[in-house]
Design a protein. Structure first.
Length: 172
């Protein structure tokens, strides 16, 4: 169905196009910003210097090299053994096909069994029920709500904190 590979410099223009798509960014906790490709090129360079604490992968359909999304573990902490999870399915045709769930599970497997993490957490907009369902299918549980912690389209929105512990994760 899909495979992960490390993000490549050649992926930056595509990621930049996704970041300009308001239909995609409206579902994220971060505000929509008009980001030039040179900003994303600098973001990629910064990632290369943080490969010890960040893992950023392209989500590709099996047999294809071009990504349909991006999945990351960022801020990997070697003492607490935790990291923050991010995912973006940038190609609209990839949504609703189980690719997001498969990519989430693959990244959790990598975090728990390759990187020896103990806890992986995320923040999701309270209104993004589709994403919350994907995360629950992968094993995340709701831990709480950060009230009015995100500013989206002129209003403050709640963010839900979700996490999964290694002991709770089922790799199948």
């Amino acid at each position: 169905m899909m495979h992960l590979r490390e993000l490549a410099r050649s992926d930056v223009p595509l990621i930049n196009r996704w970041r300009q798509d308001r239909a995609l960014t409206d579902g994220l906790g971060a505000p929509h910003r008009h980001i030039g490709v040179e900003v994303d090129e600098a973001w990629f360079e910064a990632y290369l210097s943080r490969r010890g604490t960040d893992v950023r992968c392209a989500i590709c359909r099996d047999g294809q090299a071009d990504p349909v999304g991006l999945v990351s573990l960022i801020g990997i902490d070697p003492v607490y053994r935790h990291a923050e999870f991010h995912i973006l399915l940038g190609e609209h045709g990839a949504q609703g096909q189980g690719i997001g769930t498969a990519a989430t599970i693959a990244m959790l497997r990598h975090g728990f069994f390759d990187l020896n993490l103990h806890r992986i957490f995320l923040y999701v907009l309270d209104s993004n029920q589709a994403a919350a369902r994907v995360y629950e299918k992968a094993g995340f549980t709701r831990e709480g709500t950060l009230r009015e912690a995100a500013y989206k389209n002129g209003e403050y929105r709640d963010l839900v904190v979700m996490a999964v512990l290694r002991s709770e994760f089922k790799a199948t």
